[in-house]
Design a protein around this ligand. Structure first.
Ligand SMILES: [Zn+2]
Length: 281
């Protein structure tokens, strides 16, 4: 009797082991844990995400690069300004390799709420809200079928080098996200807690009022944060916050310490592509 049971078990294992489960189920069973980003998990999905025939998949065993830029214009010697030609080449590379830009909302849902993402997802973010995000980056991204997220410093809006409300509204109407980057871009760990609160709260409220959509995400100005700042970020209602820590977004960090991939003018194409091939570049 025992031998028969063991024999049956071995048979079942043999059948399962040889069935080659390469196609992820479109709808995972309800008891599946929250779909998460996990570059270290060793499965074949990470190696060959393109082999899935499902357009939208739960974000399992995968990390997502969140690129971050500032300005897109030519200024020799200023790493914060990506030359338009280099930016164009980077976007062409991403399109050619089959990457799909997703919003932070999509990433948040996939990372923490069991949502789904297209194959080879990535996020484009711009910090501070330079006017060339609208005049230069926007047409290039549109050409390649990508959208982006701007972390807007609200006191900069309508300033000479920065975007205006009508420009921000047009981006929103075309699928971009405008998210929080405080009112005045301070070092949040260097100011008193009540000012941290007002910097985060006031900027969030004005963006929501003017643009008519929720502002749930934040980029810490100067990448400056500590535990107290994170607590205020939570208290003011942000759901997720990105840092300047290097690496792809994954579920090893909580929603308030999300890593990003720095893109700077002197990086060159080789370094750009290297950062898009290894979550721990
Ligand atoms: Zn900034």
């Amino acid at each position: 009797m025992v031998k028969k049971i063991i024999g049956a078990l071995l048979f079942v294992l043999l059948v399962l082991g040889s069935s080659g489960c390469t196609r992820p189920k479109p709808n995972p069973p309800a008891q599946t844990p929250l779909t998460t980003i996990n570059p270290a998990n060793e499965t074949d999905q990470q190696e060959s995400p393109n082999k899935s025939s499902t357009p939208l998949s739960p974000l399992v065993n995968q990390a997502v690069p969140i690129l971050y830029y500032h300005s897109v214009m030519l200024e020799n010697g200023n790493d914060l300004r990506m030359p338009p030609e280099a930016f164009e080449a980077q976007m062409a590379y991403l399109q050619d390799k089959g990457f799909h830009s997703v919003s932070l909302e999509q990433l948040y849902q996939a990372s923490y709420k069991g949502g789904a993402l297209p194959a080879k997802p990535f996020v484009i973010t711009f910090d501070d809200g330079y006017v060339d995000n609208y005049t230069t980056a926007y047409p290039i991204l549109k050409k390649h079928g990508f959208t982006a997220t701007v972390f807007m410093v609200t006191s900069y809006i309508n300033g000479a080098a920065f975007m205006s409300w009508p420009q921000l509204k047009e981006l929103v109407a075309n699928g971009w996200e405008i998210e929080g980057h405080t009112t005045n871009h301070p070092f949040l760990t260097k100011i008193d807690p009540s000012t941290v609160f007002s910097e985060l709260r006031t900027s969030k409220e004005i963006l929501e009022k003017e643009l008519g959509q929720p502002v749930n995400f934040l980029a810490y100005p100067n990448g400056d944060l500590n535990a107290k700042v994170v607590q205020v970020v939570k208290d003011t209602g942000y759901l997720m916050a990105v840092t300047t820590a290097r690496g792809w977004a994954d579920d090893k960090t909580d929603a308030y310490h999300v890593h990003r991939v720095y893109c700077f003018a002197s990086m060159g194409m080789n370094e750009f592509t290297r950062r898009l091939q290894n979550p721990n570049y």
